[in-house]
Design a protein around this ligand. Structure first.
Ligand SMILES: Cc1cc2nc3c(=O)[nH]c(=O)nc-3n(C[C@H](O)[C@H](O)[C@H](O)COP(=O)(O)O)c2cc1C
Length: 200
């Protein structure tokens, strides 16, 4: 499936065949695709927590107000992002750069992120969201349905997956074989309202 077709056909599905399985090679290919998403300063903030343990899935489902797609999905991935990636991943993000460029990058990210909690969080969430969307488009291209999810108690989900306090949940993605065909898309905000020329 080409990219535009995947973008057009991706819809949120909330009922999955609970018996459908995704094999480990497909799972790997999906997550490798998500790992190709861009990240701010190439800091590669994301950890992809693939939740298989039924007890943990049930905790997440409960934290999500009983949304059944959590346990029904063939693959449930919590996309977490490291707010401290500017320190933790600096070296790998600068790998391959000549030494002066490495040092310049280190100075730049320090200037941007040190003592700036908001920048740390915003860039982590933004990069995590792009990874989640890339995961959904890859899954769509492979014939699966998906549902992006943030409608849960983040504190409870973080606890269930033992997420370190340095991280935030950007989004979770449920992936599986759909049991339903989504209704046609709802009305979109008119193009002219959504797209501005030069300024507000
Ligand atoms: C950040 C984010 C969080 C979402 N959280 C949930 C959720 O918790 N449960 C749910 O059923 N759908 C969730 N959705 C799906 C949206 O409801 C859906 O994308 C929107 O209604 C548009 O429909 P479409 O995805 O079929 O185009 C979420 C979507 C996004 C982008």
């Amino acid at each position: 499936m080409d990219t535009l077709k995947a973008i057009e056909t991706r819809r949120s599905v909330r009922q999955f065949d609970p018996h459908a399985k995704i094999d480990s090679a497909t799972e790997r290919a999906l997550i490798e695709a998500a790992r190709m998403a861009p990240s701010a300063y190439n800091l590669q903030h994301c950890s992809f927590v693939v939740v298989r343990d039924r007890a943990i899935l049930e905790k997440i489902e409960k934290a999500a107000g009983g949304q059944k797609q959590v346990c029904q999905a063939s693959l449930y991935v919590v996309v977490c992002a490291n707010t401290q990636a500017w320190k933790d991943n600096l070296q790998i993000s600068a790998a391959g750069l000549p030494e002066p460029a490495k040092q310049a990058k280190a100075m730049l990210v320090r200037a941007v992120f040190e003592n700036n909690e908001r920048a740390c969080r915003d860039e982590a969430v933004r990069s995590g969201a792009l990874a989640a969307q890339t995961l959904m488009l890859a899954a769509t291209a492979m014939g699966y349905a998906t549902n992006a999810m943030t409608g849960f108690d983040h504190h409870e989900v973080a606890k269930a997956i033992n997420m370190p306090p340095t991280h935030v949940i950007a989004m979770a993605v449920a992936i599986g074989k759909p049991l339903v065909t989504p209704a046609p898309r709802g009305e979109q905000i008119p193009y002219e309202k959504a797209v501005l020329q030069d300024h507000f």
